[in-house]
Design a protein around this ligand. Structure first.
Ligand code: FES
Ligand code: FES
Length: 170
């Protein structure tokens, strides 16, 4: 079967009942998504499926066939000059030095990126609620919250900047 992952068609040998996390990690070598509980609870395996945060450890390939899968490896984008631009959530996590061991971080970042698409100006309580099902055994919750709020501010600033006339932006 073919899967569309990070903008590229990938042929995979696994059958439609195989779970996405194992195809990503074991067959395609995309190890950014981690395995924790393997039962849909912890969130470390989170990827985006058509922009929706999805737990890859409980998602069969049949569910994602024909959809756009985004993993942490594909979240950054290239700009017109070819330079890699980190997603604002990635940059905010770096700026706030969020990770400790890092195991949960791809899931945290992708969950936050999907959340900010649906709620670009969240309150602190909304961030806590949105991130509440992604566990961090290192207890980085305060910095995760701060980074998501910072990313929201950065994304709002980018939207404002993009609406300004060119001469004002310069
Ligand atoms: S490994 Fe998928 S939710 Fe825990
Ligand atoms: S940084 Fe270690 S589990 Fe979150």
């Amino acid at each position: 079967m073919n899967l569309r992952i990070n903008g590229t068609e990938r042929e995979v040998a696994e059958g439609s009942s195989a779970l996405l996390i194992y195809t990503l990690r074991d067959e395609l070598g995309m190890t950014g998504a981690k395995i924790g509980c393997a039962a849909g609870f912890c969130g470390v395996c989170t990827v985006l499926v058509d922009g929706v945060a999805t737990r890859a450890c409980i998602t069969p390939l049949a569910v994602v066939e024909g959809k756009e899968i985004t993993t942490i490896e594909g979240l950054a984008q290239q700009d017109a000059s070819g330079a890699v631009r980190l997603h604002p959530v990635q940059q905010a996590f770096i700026d706030a030095q969020v990770p400790q061991c890092g195991w949960c971080m791809s899931g945290q970042i992708l969950t936050a990126a999907a959340f900010l698409q649906t709620n670009p100006a969240p309150t602190e309580a909304e961030v806590v609620a949105a991130m509440g099902e992604n566990y961090c055994r290192c207890g980085c919750y305060h910095r995760i919250k701060q980074a998501v709020l910072a990313a929201a501010e950065q994304m709002a600033a980018q939207v404002v900047a993009a609406t300004l006339p060119t001469e004002v932006r310069a």
